[in-house]
Design a protein around this ligand. Structure first.
Ligand SMILES: NC(=O)c1ccc[n+]([C@@H]2O[C@H](COP(=O)([O-])OP(=O)(O)OC[C@H]3O[C@@H](n4cnc5c(N)ncnc54)[C@H](O)[C@@H]3O)[C@@H](O)[C@H]2O)c1
Length: 440
């Protein structure tokens, strides 16, 4: 099999590399000449564990290559995947489909044999049909079908998620297209991965339903955490107590500063707009979006409160700025709300992140970036943990205490234990847990 992958971002590059590992010949195309140059030199433009080895191995085997030229990539391809960005459109919350539609126009110009045009980007219901219409208009004689194959990988564990997914969803507009998709995913059929074969519209909606459900689950446990604080309960025990119920499940029940990242914020908003437009509003998701936005903004207040109600002239040491560990992705990270709010309250912010600082420098002006976690704490009035990177989980607390002006820690990811922190002499606050655990 031979495929072209349009877009070498977090999804396109990982999917392309993983398909090549399956034995498919993959040519990845991007408009960004800098990215393609780096990839050709063997450099990986994003931080994703294991991706460098996977890419190097498949490039060496001759199954994976990179180009700026879509015509070259589509020559002899059984399918061309669209994996370009679908950010929030400015002003109205709808998904911005301009990159997807531009890719469809470009594909139309190079279709010279039967090819399946596969949408891997997260796109609202109806986009696949629109892609089909664009190609038909532009190249009426083209021999093609459109398929939808939404991607469920998570940044930070993207390769494992792609190679051993819980399921693959394929929306196909013809049996011929479904057959090509089955052949591309053959290695997953062999490991008995469930394949949900459905219509274009259903596949498109399934992706949004999955992401908005997960965002709802996070928001639910965040609100339960707030209630725990008021009534003296422990949110982790509540999460375990409910999560062990197979109908609920343990995952996505970890409280925090609100969901962020490149998918949940834009996808919840886009589905809200789709549903409103269809005259079938999703009131639950509308509320989730509202609660989450307000939550991210409120997190800075916790840090102010931990610093005796004022940050004027104080320094906050921030650990982690990416929306989650093991990625350099800064899109919609809670830090983008929290850090400016701290600065607006008069604080100097000194911060460290293992992978996100390069991107964050541009997005968070005025922050003093340090070489390691301890550098961010030197002379600070308080430390705030915003991302649960592994290297923040076992800090040398004696050293932390010695570096800080006062031993104050605000842990928005609950990676420390309140009892241990109290014993170590910290004024410690976290999410949804009593400061001193009771009955333990
Ligand atoms: N990031 C994730 O974890 C994730 C997970 C599942 C689904 N998705 C979805 O996948 C899609 C892609 O997301 P991403 O995070 O990989 O985006 P990204 O911004 O990292 O990458 C998109 C790439 O497409 C390139 N591009 C845009 N138009 C192009 C064109 N016409 N020709 C060639 N290249 C073009 C850009 O230069 C960029 O490199 C989105 O719809 C997103 O919602 C993302």
């Amino acid at each position: 099999m031979r495929i072209a992958m349009i877009g070498t971002g977090y999804v396109g590059l990982v999917s392309g590399a993983c398909f090549s590992e399956f034995g498919v010949h993959v040519t990845c195309v991007d408009k960004d000449a800098g990215k393609i140059e780096r990839l050709k030199r063997g450099e990986i433009p994003i931080y994703e564990p294991g991706l460098d080895d996977l890419v190097a191995r498949n490039v060496a085997a001759g199954r994976l290559s990179f180009t700026l030229d879509l015509k070259e990539a589509m020559a002899g391809a059984d399918a061309v995947f669209i994996a370009v960005g679908t950010p929030t459109r400015r002003g109205d919350g709808h998904a911005d489909l301009s990159y997807v539609y531009a890719a469809a126009e470009e594909i139309a110009a190079h279709l010279d044999h039967y090819t399946v045009v596969v949408n891997k980007s997260t796109v609202p219901v109806g986009t696949g049909r629109e892609v089909e219409a664009i190609i038909r208009r532009s190249n009426p004689n083209a021999d093609f079908d459109v398929a939808s194959n939404p991607e469920f990988l998570r940044e930070g564990s993207a390769i494992g998620d792609f190679m051993r997914p819980d399921r693959v969803v394929i929306g196909a507009s013809s049996e011929r297209a479904a057959d090509v998709m089955r052949r591309i995913y053959r290695p997953l059929y062999l490991i008995e991965t469930p394949i949900v074969l459905t219509s274009l519209e259903t596949a498109e909606l399934t992706k949004y339903a999955a992401n908005t459900f997960l965002a709802t689950k996070i928001t639910f446990i965040n609100e339960i955490a707030d209630l725990c604080e008021k009534v003296g309960a422990n949110v982790h025990d509540v999460a375990r107590g409910i999560g062990l119920d197979g109908r609920i499940g343990k995952k996505f029940l970890h409280p925090g500063p609100g969901y962020g990242g490149s998918c949940f914020p834009k996808d919840t908003l886009a589905l809200v707009r789709t549903a409103q437009q269809a005259g079938s509003p999703l009131r639950i998701v509308e509320t989730v979006v509202e609660i989450n936005d307000a939550r991210k903004k409120r997190m800075a207040e916790r840090i102010v409160a931990a610093c005796d109600g004022s940050l004027a002239g104080k320094t906050v040491g921030v650990l982690g700025v990416t929306f989650k560990p093991n990625t350099d992705d800064m899109r919609d990270a809670p830090s983008l709300d929290i850090v400016p709010a701290l600065q607006a309250a008069g604080a100097t912010v000194r911060a460290f992140d293992p992978a996100g600082m390069h991107e964050a420098e541009r997005l968070l002006p005025g922050v003093e970036w340090t070489k390691d976690a301890y550098g961010a704490l030197e002379g600070a009035d308080c430390v705030a943990i915003l991302t649960e990177w592994n290297e923040f989980r076992a800090l040398d607390l004696k050293r932390v205490k010695a570096l800080l002006k006062r031993p104050v820690m605000v842990d928005l990811r609950n990676i420390y234990n309140p009892g241990d922190m109290a014993a170590a002499g910290f004024a410690y606050s976290s999410i949804g847990r009593p400061a001193e655990p009771k009955n333990v």
